[in-house]
Design a protein around this ligand. Sequence first.
Ligand code: NAD
Length: 478
Amino acid sequence: MSSEYDPLYLYIHGEWISAGSRDTATVVNPSTGNVLGHVPHATQEDLALALRASERAFRVWRDTPPYERARILKKAAELIRERSAHIERLLTMEQGKVLSESRYEVASAADYFEWFAEEGKRTYGRVVPSRRPEVQQLVKRQPIGPVAAFTPWNFPAITPSRKLSAALAAGCSVIIKPGEECPATTLAIARCLHDAGLPAGVLQVVFGVPDAISSFLIASPIIRKVTFTGSVPVGRLLAARAAEGVKPISLELGGHGPVLVFGDADVDEAARLGAANRFRGTGQICISSTRFIVQRSIYERFADSFVAAARALKVGDGLTPGMQVGPLSNPRQLAKIEAMVADAVQHGAKVLAGGKRIEGAGYFYEPTVLADVPMSARVMQEEPFGPIAILLPFDDVDDALAEANRLPYGLSAYLFTHDARTAIRVSDGLEAGMIGINHFSMIVSELPFGGMKESGYGSEGGTEGIEHYLTTKFISQV
Ligand code: NAD
């Protein structure tokens, strides 16, 4: 076990609880296969305790003035920044992404707390003029209640922070179940909130068998709001569970991001940025670009540049300086990517770069570029949550748009063009919640983050992000 890695706990009612006699799950470094630690699984008693604490703490936190809540959240942001060198290493050790990406992620997590700390001061209601002079009509925005949040393993700092910052700023208490594969990063962020003075019970962190935890928490009448980031099948399941208790749910469920590259674009720049974006996080990013739909006149040149950029990437342990792509985060992901590429090849796809597992320790896979992939291949239908890029040419704008919108996903989409009319027409026509024109890096705390269609509903981030944690109350007084 690594001495650099933090001990793992449950965090319930302000206490850090070790495994004791509880079940545990092993946490592994995906770059080396070495065991990092053992994460405790919450028992039903733990969950019941967390629910009671969450209910009590909600009353305290709801009545804490927004300025005081903001002070604690800003202090937490400051602590995340102070401790970033340590948190970044935890993140790379347990998730695999290279250190520069972990650095960006932890900095961004701090930004969310800082930004929502301020936004919590602006949950304004309104006074509506009455039809009768003696009546006063108030519309109030109030915190919705205790929240159950479920986050995955691919962004263990940003995704929990995006949910926690908005919910806590709104005045809600939260029980969060982060991904069991990357527990230390989220616990380190919880520790910053604890040390910043967050009252006991306002935040609780639990781990366990995901389905057992989510069914227990969502069924509890104490929980008033659910938020989940992960895959479409699990999102569908949790939405059905939330519907049983008529509880609102926000869902962020992945995508299959199209990139439309037009003949007038800077081809080499689009290819260079595209390859960097596609292989960032080893492709395990929901808003990643996956299908590069390129105008035929520039297709060959784009493919050559893209393949050269993919081949030049340095793949290795994220803690080693100079590495640009880490391993897949777990053996499930590796097996899935190997199977997807084999399936594509079997259906007739051409491998322009990569296409193989990298032998040795860890779950490394070569940055892979596929062309001539038939529609019958799985990778053309399912989210390739790994280092696979698909290139396909187009002749007609409407055909390109139809391909971009073909799948049930609608999270992110991108286009490269210098023609303003094309930019407007295509961005209006794309069925996606987030659209980048001539660049990819657009996700920050002050902007809405979310999708449409089966990619989910309920933007997180930006002024929209706090809405889901508020409820509307109308008061009429004579
Ligand atoms: P998964 O769908 O089982 O798990 C995804 C996340 O959901 C994990 O953190 C898991 O702990 C959680 N989860 C699973 N079942 C749950 C339940 N019943 N209740 C509450 N939480 C639950 O599978 P996976 O193997 O981790 O990933 C499979 C695919 O999911 C990936 O290939 C990718 O397509 C997608 N995914 C998307 C995102 C995203 O950011 N949208 C993140 C992770 C995975």
